[in-house]
Design a protein around this ligand. Sequence first.
Ligand code: FAD
Length: 464
Amino acid sequence: IKHLVWLRNDLRWLDNPALYYAALEGNIRVLVTATPTQWKKHHESKAKIGLRAGLIRRLFAKLADSGISAELITVDTFDDLPDALERYCLSHGVEHIWFNQDIPIDEQQRDQGVSQQLRGKGIESHPQSVDLIVPNAVLSQQGTPFKVFTPFFKRWLSLLSMQDWQPLPEPAPQGEALDFIEPEIHWEQTYRDDLWIPDQEIAKQKLWHFCHTKEADYQAKRDYPMEPGTSTLSPYLALGALGPRECLFAIQYVCEQTDRRWQDSIWLKELAWRDFYRQLMGHFSFLAMGKPFKNETDFIRWNQDEALFEAWTQGNTGFPIVDAAMRQLNQTGWMHNRLRMVSASFLSKLIFADWRKGEAYFMSKLVDGEFSANNGGWQWSASTGCDAAPYFRVFNPTRQSETYDANGDFIRRFVPELKTLDAKSIHNPSPTQRIECGYPSPILDYKAARLAAIQAFADLKEIK
Ligand code: FAD
């Protein structure tokens, strides 16, 4: 083999720069490396690992159809990869290695380590596979990274408007179809594969269906967990089974068909948030080392009560919407965005537990766990991040529930012990109703907890 395409978090055959450009050269093979111990270190969930296994299998079958051979090797951690790749290249006579660049610090170090060890080979590393716009390109006029979303978004949009971002087609076929040989995956995990079908074609269909039928109503419906108002594409984006350029292309197409400006798409703005958090990770590596963006918040004395934390993880807080949210996460590997904010605010502001514990717990359950988005979402909720929620903004879980799950149907779905309660009482059942339904009393007093949190943040001003 002359050209080796090394795939990691880009498990797709469409719009895959490394794969596409290597295939133009001919004589290629795809190599996927699995690093189960590393994933564990990164708190990756069984759900995400399970989906990854399915996507690899599907990818290999598709590549075999196009005459491209593919192989999977499993090592423990990223540190094992330079040697493993060197051995592989030696035994197969590989001359060039192709991969798509990645941003998080461990991933960058992994790629530097491999490139260093294989410096005698041609290394072809491609940007623009995970982000819509690569982090170093979106800078202020002073050449500094943005720390606030709105100016970032303006610059990001103007860069997007400057050129055509057509996704790349499939790689050129490399001859006759090959027999598909199942990769041996001994780290496979079971997960809700009825919800997250491991197939990039399905993800693409889902994308187009969403853009044709729901994208225009996204702003009106996205906050209601019972409405299927969001795309639920995050697991595919997180594993690179769907590229962001595919999403942009679909938005642009659908907006053009309906006489709307694609730049005004509220859904596109969510993809900008994704890039925003990824660029923060690229520019401020301390974020990947457990540090808050706002230094002074490291002086907060978080509540270490394990029983309260445990009640939150298990969905037994006695706040129905928080419990429904946490049970959705535990049962499906996914949680609606509004509820991620409500439950993260509940843990970090009301229980007042260290947001890093919540971040790690989410990661260990989410099928779409993405370090930058998860860290960004947690630091936003805990008011420790840049451009975060102001510290005095503490979600009132009962008000959120009444507003976004007015009939209580979402609560009924995930907290079935409350299903007989009416739409009024289900958000905050009376003590008698709680006893009758076998549902716990609230683990904290909202008003008192809110005031204590605000005070703790206000006290930090002196440190600052
Ligand atoms: P849609 O509303 O359809 O949005 C489209 C895509 O845009 C998403 O698939 C996602 O890739 C991206 N996106 C949307 N919102 C955000 C956001 N706020 N930040 C970054 N990207 C965004 N998203 C993850 O992909 N992985 C995570 O680990 C993750 N953890 C989070 C933790 C917390 C505490 C919070 C508040 C948010 C988190 N998010 C995370 C962001 C968001 O909740 C999910 O992306 C969204 O719920 C996924 O559902 P969807 O695909 O239907 O999103």
